[in-house]
Design a protein around this ligand. Structure first.
Ligand code: CA
Length: 271
């Protein structure tokens, strides 16, 4: 099995800057979306630091014998520990940038990452960027938002519908660049040919609910077309926020056609 991926990021309809960032690294089979925050477009800096740092860390630790800078979590496999470490290192880099330049104080970023290895995938996240999996026509959310409203939903104080429209729906409880230490959620999943993973920023999920996302996904379509459809429809709903999507389809090694190559695009549209 091997993953094939495509991504797209757009500034949206209202905002002047795109503070989202994404990365597709087919060689190391790692895929990331980050959603930066902080005034004066500093969110752009935070999400870029995170993306670059994760890419560099994953490349540097490709060797099975490479040591990881944090104690291994014995409940997790090596790839999950590796992705988790990559995100913790990225967090340290965002904090370091803030320490070196006081004007960056308050910047931060969410992150969601997918690392494919053999027949499994590690999925890790901090904040409200999400990972979904489409399998057998069913869309499943694999991450739990680190937001105040989601905590209220889990505790039974808010319904999911109330959370969607709540005035505090944008308050994230975890981010890279926040507290001195960061708590990264990571899980390992078995993958199967045909699985389609969606990594996205909240610019998608505040505009389209899960059912509407499912309606727009089609396991057999070109990934590039699906990314374009999701971004276009988020914008047509209002596009209040930057929107970023990365789609990763698990294919048999022999599968795929030449005109659907891995592609990296991050083109904020001129308006
Ligand atoms: Ca956002």
């Amino acid at each position: 099995m091997r993953p094939r991926a495509s991504g797209l990021s757009d500034v949206g309809v209202i905002r002047s800057h795109n503070e989202d960032c994404f990365d597709i690294d087919p060689g190391n089979q790692v895929f990331v979306v980050a959603d930066g925050m902080g005034g004066h477009s500093h969110g752009e800096i935070a999400s870029r630091i995170a993306i670059d740092s994760i890419r560099e860390f994953v490349a540097r630790t490709a060797d099975e014998d490479a040591t990881l800078p944090f104690e291994m979590d014995p409940r997790l496999g090596r790839q999950s520990n590796r992705l988790k470490s990559a995100i913790r290192v990225a967090h340290d880099k965002v904090l370091k940038a803030i320490r070196q330049d006081a004007s960056l104080h308050g910047m931060g970023t969410t992150v969601v990452g997918l690392l494919v290895d053999g027949d499994s995938a590690a999925i890790a996240h901090v904040g409200d960027s999400r990972c979904y999996r489409l399998r057998d026509g069913k869309l499943e959310l694999l991450t739990q938002d680190h937001t105040w409203v989601n905590e209220q939903v889990v505790a039974g104080f808010l319904s999911e519908e109330q959370a969607r429209v709540h005035p505090l729906k944008n308050v994230v409880t975890r981010a890279l660049g926040g507290d001195s230490d960061v708590d990264v959620d990571v899980r390992e999943w078995k993958i199967a040919p045909g699985d389609l993973f969606l990594l996205c920023s909240d610019g998608l999920t505040t505009m389209l609910n899960d059912h509407e996302i499912l309606e727009r996904l089609d396991a057999g379509a070109r990934l590039e077309d699906l990314c374009g459809r999701l971004v276009r429809d988020a914008n047509s709903r209002g596009g209040y926020d930057n929107v970023s999507v990365v789609l990763v389809r698990i294919e048999n090694d022999a599968g795929g056609d030449a005109d659907d190559e891995d592609e990296t695009r991050a083109l904020p549209r001129a308006r």
